[in-house]
Design a protein around this ligand. Structure first.
Ligand code: AMP
Length: 362
């Protein structure tokens, strides 16, 4: 990974009065650009020819300038060219999907701490982080010890696509053999699969923002933790599988995210939600220098109102797109309209004013 000192050198050469905010045109780019404009930044979008008309269709959200590339998978050169253009780059889920490990070596300063992308990508590291944060987590087991419903997550499976539910070693063998035969997964994917206790309850995905610069509010580390919003994912086909079951079909559940729904939480649950966020930030500070910026904890709340967490997304998540102006929580933190996209730009603006950009980029 490129050393942070190199990124700070690039940043030292920037004209701080002319900073621009850039991202890949995908995922939550409309929100990121809109927020950046609200905070007075120029915006640059890396886009493919095919996607550009979609962004042009939203005149208030489209970037001020496009850099057109053939394919996001090979956009590293375009991304690196941004380091000559006063750009802070905002990462999101599609960047991770398309650019992958190359993100580590990008020369352009990235909002947040790029080290976290590697803690997020590696399940063992992610669990180490979650354990250190003291989060309640589903247990995991080996293929020969499965007893009761478990969810099988193959390495690199995206957005819950291809997950299996199995209740015994025999069912695991039968279903995975079938998938290998069909060419859906490779043998090594089955060997590397995570077999996790299937949790019963309701899912909540709270969206947080950690600011190392702000002081008033819930103090964590040297800054404050904000809870900006909550969503629930719409996943096919698990969401409405009762309809198939009612029709007498024995459909296998799948968990591919296709949308998001807004959620407001019972107010007494906010204590635990804030506490989980606080501990995730504190553990991140100890393990890899912190997570300035947005993140989300994927949780399931059981009928005793206890939360378990099964993943952390350490960046802006698509569920925040529900709240381009405000969420049910942001009016209690900000007087003005505030989205996660705008919050990112606000943090950059604050960091410039306090001469502390080094605290919010890597
Ligand atoms: P993930 O890829 O870990 O984000 O999981 C994708 C989806 O699978 C989640 O949004 C949940 O709906 C479901 N899921 C993941 N882990 C569990 C679990 N341990 N128990 C029940 N459902 C889960």
């Amino acid at each position: 990974m490129i050393p942070k000192s190199e990124i700070l050198k690039t940043l030292a050469g920037y004209d701080k009065k002319k900073l621009a905010i850039a991202t890949l045109c995908s995922h939550s780019a409309l929100q990121i650009f809109t927020g950046a404009k609200q905070e007075g930044f120029k915006t640059i979008g890396i886009v493919t020819k095919k996607k550009k008309p979609m962004y042009d269709a939203f005149p208030l959200a489209k970037p001020d300038e496009y850099i057109v590339v053939d394919d996001y998978h090979s956009s590293a050169d375009a991304l690196n060219s941004l380091a000559e253009r006063n750009v802070i780059f905002v990462p999101h889920g599609s960047l991770i999907e398309y650019v992958g490990k190359d993100i580590g070596n990008l020369r352009v300063p990235i909002f947040g701490n790029r080290r976290v992308l590697f803690w997020e990508a590696d399940r063992h590291k992610m669990f180490q982080w979650m354990k250190k944060a003291g989060l309640r987590m589903p247990s995991s087991t080996g293929p020969d010890k499965i007893k009761g419903p478990h969810i099988v997550k193959f390495p690199g499976a995206k957005g819950g696509r291809g997950y299996l539910i199995v209740s015994s070693p025999k069912e695991f063998r039968e279903k995975t053999t079938h998938l290998i035969r069909e060419g859906v997964v490779a043998k090594k994917d089955v060997e590397g699969a995570l077999i996790q206790e299937y949790l019963t309850g309701v899912r909540f995905y709270p969206h947080y923002f950690y600011s190392p610069l702000e002081k008033e509010g819930l103090r964590v580390g040297e800054g404050r933790l904000e809870m900006l919003s909550v969503d629930r994912r719409i996943e096919t086909n698990i969401e409405e599988i009762y309809r198939s079951h009612a029709a007498g079909l024995k459909t296998e559940p799948s968990f591919a995210v296709v949308g998001n729904m807004p959620v407001i939480l019972r107010e007494s649950l906010l204590v635990d939600i804030m506490d989980m966020g606080k501990r995730v930030v504190e553990a991140s500070i100890d393990l890899f220098g912190g997570i300035p910026g947005p993140f989300c904890i994927e949780t399931i709340c059981d009928d005793e109102f206890k939360f378990s967490a099964f993943e952390i997304s350490a960046r802006i998540v698509a569920g925040t797109n529900l709240y381009p102006k405000f969420s049910p929580y942001t009016p209690y933190i900000f007087k003005e309209e505030m989205s996660t996209g705008r919050r990112i730009a606000r943090e950059i603006r604050l960091a410039v004013a306090q001469n502390k950009l080094d605290k919010v980029i890597y």
